[in-house]
Unconditional design. Structure first.
Length: 232
């Protein structure tokens, strides 16, 4: 490229094609970036995409070679049950906040006319792991943030489903890949397990055998939207 304008256009196009975030306004973001920042953002996006691909290939390989034993089935059953309650802690907090915000709105507090409540989960790897294993778990954690169903609520929307409806919609057990095996017949896999070990394309069944429900963390993020200008 012969000049910085053409180079910047090249980086912008490459960045737009690399970032897989349809809800992000790329053009608006890029207006505030100089050439170095765009190049840096592209490099980070490419590295993240490369790591995600590597972890997905690893997941598929480990799952393909995974053999269920009675002990592993019990580990899965215990993990599945405990994650139900771990998830419910956050779900109950969102319900509490939604009820509080709706009451404030009903009492005339227009600050809550438009709100958004979201909860995210992530896994914290163990301390004291060998360096190579530690790096792997840090990569897994970095590429794995989970947004639960029914956690984004704004005023005017229908009430939250019950927790049971959200986790087992229509009584459906999520015994889909990688849980679609005869050894797990009779175990009702809930949605969050499906999210962690299917949708995210990072954690494998081998990882599940080493993970602890108490090592999951969650946080609630609240956004109150205000349109127009305040006039006093």
């Amino acid at each position: 490229m012969s000049n910085s304008i053409e180079r910047k256009r090249m980086w912008k196009n490459a960045l737009k094609n690399t970032l897989e975030q349809p809800k992000l306004d790329i053009e608006e973001t890029l207006k505030y970036l100089d050439e170095y920042e765009i190049e840096k953002a592209l490099r980070e996006a490419l590295e993240s995409k490369k790591l995600k691909t590597k972890l997905e290939k690893r997941q598929r390989k480990l799952n393909k070679n995974f053999v269920w034993t009675p002990g592993k089935v019990e580990k899965l059953r215990d993990f599945n049950d405990k994650m139900w309650f771990r998830y419910k802690e956050a779900y109950d907090e969102v319900c509490r906040l939604k009820k509080e915000f709706d009451e404030r709105l009903a009492n005339g507090d227009k600050n809550y006319a438009s709100y958004d409540i979201r909860t995210e989960f992530w896994y914290n790897c163990e301390d004291g792991l060998p360096e190579k294993e530690k790096q792997l778990w840090e990569d897994l954690c970095e590429e794995s943030v989970f947004w639960g169903p029914e956690f984004a609520e704004m005023s005017g929307r229908p009430p939250l489903k019950s927790f049971e409806e959200a986790m087992m919609e229509f009584g459906h057990s999520w015994n889909e890949y990688p849980f679609n095996t005869p050894e797990l017949d009779g175990i009702c896999i809930h949605y969050f397990m499906h999210d962690i070990f299917n949708h995210n394309h990072t954690y494998s069944l081998e990882d599940l055998m080493k993970m602890k429900p108490e090592n999951f963390s969650w946080q609630v993020n609240i956004c109150l939207e205000h349109w127009g200008q305040s006039v006093r």
